[in-house]
Design a protein around this ligand. Structure first.
Ligand code: AMP
Length: 283
């Protein structure tokens, strides 16, 4: 496995692979790897000749009071995990490589980015789409792999690829969970033992929503209320948002029918966790 730290090095690697007729699958990450990331690598390996993983904690997607400085970084461990998973090249640029002085071009997907996480984290998705666009330009992948865990991110990146005619297959893979249902996340490492116990309520509330909807509840407000009750009962939990939306446009669902995305963000102590399920009602 190659570790590549420069943009020119990454670009040359990709150009060589392309000249040899090889397809490239890209798995963008911020490191602190876990099974969720590795599930993306496995999908990428199945569908491409070469797998490139980027490990880059992208400063421009963090707000001023967020956890950029304390975000877990352990590149040695990440490199070992990536190698064991069969990654061909890890792209690990510095922030100054990606954003040299004078950098001033951003990608902004309008409409989909001012709700849900976008409402709580202004500028977050602009940072995400900008770095993903740069990674696409540098790595030149045929396909790129993202997790459904970040449901809004997945929708926004797909929209960017479509709107900008990127000719990159944006693939979305299911949420990988711990035994008690908690979605795997690099941020789970912040949780104390007590908080870790309480964090299981996120998925329990999502399952409750799914049950209610399958039993015929069609009022999204009632679904949200039931979830709120469960989450508020946990001492360490504070709700950022709970929403039932149309997964196509992220607008609030007026009534439950067809596909519904039930999404939430909850602070467990100081740690903000997100999760979601897609529920399909009817045929
Ligand atoms: P991150 O390093 O948190 O930016 O995540 C990198 C990629 O891994 C994103 O596309 C995430 O959606 C995906 N990912 C993170 N956690 C999970 C998970 N538990 N299951 C599936 N994909 C995940």
């Amino acid at each position: 496995m190659k570790t590549i730290e420069t943009i020119s090095g990454m670009s040359t690697f990709s150009k060589t692979a392309k000249k040899e007729g090889k397809s490239i699958g890209l798995v963008p990450t911020m490191g602190a790897l876990h099974e969720g990331h590795l599930s993306l690598v496995r999908a990428a390996k199945k569908e491409n000749d070469i797998v490139v993983m980027s490990v880059f904690v992208n400063p421009i997607q963090f707000g001023p009071s967020e956890d950029l400085d304390k975000y877990p970084r352990d590149f040695k461990r990440d490199g070992e995990m990536a190698r064991a998973a069969g990654v061909d090249a890890v792209f690990h640029p510095s922030a100054s490589q990606m954003y040299p002085e004078g950098f001033s071009t951003y990608v902004n997907v309008e409409g989909l980015t001012d709700t849900l996480c976008g409402a709580s984290r202004p500028g977050h998705f602009r940072g995400v789409t900008t770095v993903v666009m740069k990674l696409f330009a540098i790595v030149k992948p045929d396909a790129a792999y993202f997790g459904q865990k970040d449901a809004q991110q997945a929708i926004v990146v797909k929209k960017m690829a479509e709107d900008l005619n990127l000719d990159i297959d944006v693939r979305i893979l299911p949420v990988v969970r711990e035994k008690d249902g908690l979605a795997m996340s690099s941020r789970n490492a912040y949780l104390s033992t007590d908080e870790r116990k309480d964090s299981a309520v996120l998925y329990q509330a999502l399952r409750k929503a799914e049950d209610l909807m399958r039993q015929g509840e069609t009022d999204p407000a009632k679904v949200v209320k039931a979830m709120e009750g469960m989450i508020k009962a946990k001492q360490n939990a504070r709700i950022d948002y709970i929403a039932v939306v149309d997964p196509k446009n992220l607008r609030d669902a007026k009534t439950v029918s067809g596909d519904a995305l039930v999404a939430l963000a909850v602070f467990i102590g100081k740690t903000r966790l997100i999760d979601n399920v897609i529920v399909t009602i009817g045929s």
